[in-house]
Ligand binder design. Structure first.
Ligand code: UT7
Length: 330
């Protein structure tokens, strides 16, 4: 019997209607459209309205995915939700999503690996499929970053946006799907990108709120340095060890944190910009949302048999790459 691989068989996505442009941010912090575009590649990002949460975006993405695949929510076995902005501290947002979509036969859990969460979730979901026990696994990547951003801090508020995407994984025995992965974590990098308060180390108090410690803290320059090196290296490593030449790589699907980091990764792979999927200009960095939102945006362009290199770097530090053979024409 041939080997079971986990293939992506449908994609869904959602970004909120409200747009926060660089021009809007010029009125909020000391920045310029020119600085943001030249240093990051971002023009605008989408912001979810108050009173709505990460699960609401995920539900929209999943409902689209189920419709495309022509299946009902009760057929889903597992829901993995990669997020750092779950609706509540507990229970898991995956549980809330299952309830909202009516996935009565599923179990699920959240996965926290900052910007690498979706990639780690894809690997995790793949293993459930490869086991042969589970036939339909949904992996969500989504964040309401606006919930944890300090809109007086120009170092962070210009970068991030809100959005969510989801993919359906199903067994494939013809060689399509997740072919290889290299995933890494280095917790010593936590000091450079984190949220100071709200966890068990520093529960919320009036002091933590007044000190603005419930927002994203990032030492951008240091994170940039590690991101450029590690994302490029791991992408190159997975390409080389699978015997792929630059011509064999059809698309780089890279975490959308900064256009300069993505360009450096493409250079390391020796591939042209026509092979680099990019939507950072419209969404900014949606953290767990970037990779599935790329697949969603460019789904029509992807052809059965295309070789995709998914690659990411995020807080933790966490990073990695997955080699995926695309399984369908849409
Ligand atoms: O997704 C998770 C992983 N995260 C990342 O991969 C993000 C990695 N980091 C980055 O993308 C970049 O470091 C940033 C976009 C965050 C910052 O860009 P940079 O080129 O590293 O800028 P910098 O922090 O080195 O600052 C350069 C200058 C400074 O001014 P001086 O000291 O040269 O006078 C900053 O004060 O730019 C200034 N600056 C700004 N100016 C206008 C910093 N932020 C802004 C701003 N608008 N928003």
């Amino acid at each position: 019997m041939s080997k079971i691989q986990a293939a992506i068989t449908a994609v869904g996505g959602y970004v909120p209607e409200k747009i926060l442009s660089n021009k809007d941010l010029e009125k909020m912090v000391d920045t310029t459209d020119e600085w943001i575009q030249s240093r990051t590649g971002i023009k605008e990002r989408h912001i979810l309205e108050d009173g709505r949460a990460t699960s609401d975006m995920a539900v929209k993405a999943i409902n689209e995915l189920l419709k495309k695949r022509g299946i009902g929510a009760e057929e889903i076995d597992i829901v993995i939700c990669a997020t750092i902005t779950g609706d509540l501290i507990f229970p898991a947002t995956a549980n809330i999503v299952c309830d909202k979509i009516g996935a009565k036969n599923a179990w699920g859990f959240d996965l926290a690996a900052a910007c690498s969460g979706f990639l780690f979730g894809l690997e995790t979901g793949s293993k459930f499929i490869e086991s042969g026990k589970y036939k339909k696994v949904i992996v969500i990547g989504g964040d309401k970053m606006s919930a944890i951003l300090d809109y007086t801090d120009r170092n962070t508020c210009i970068i991030f946006g809100d959005g969510a995407g989801a993919v359906l994984l199903e067994p494939n025995e013809e060689g399509y799907g997740v072919c290889d992965s290299i995933l890494r974590t280095d917790g010593s990098g936590r000091e450079f990108l984190h949220q100071k308060a709200g966890g068990s180390l520093k529960p919320p108090t009036i002091e933590t709120i007044n000190a603005r410690e419930h927002y994203v803290y990032q030492e951008g320059k240091t994170v940039f340095k590690f991101a450029v090196t590690n994302m490029a290296e791991v992408s190159r490593e997975i390409v080389d060890r699978n015997g792929l030449k630059p011509d064999d790589v059809d698309y780089l699907v890279a975490h959308q944190a900064n256009k300069r980091i993505i360009d450096a990764t493409a250079d390391r792979l020796e591939i042209g910009s026509d092979k680099v999927l990019m939507n950072i200009q419209r969404y900014g960095n949606t953290t767990n949302g970037t990779l599935p939102l790329l697949l969603w945006d460019f789904e029509k362009q992807l052809k059965k048999g295309d070789n995709l290199i998914l690659s990411t770097f995020g807080g933790g530090f966490t990073w990695g790459a997955i080699y995926l053979k695309w399984a369908y024409n849409s």
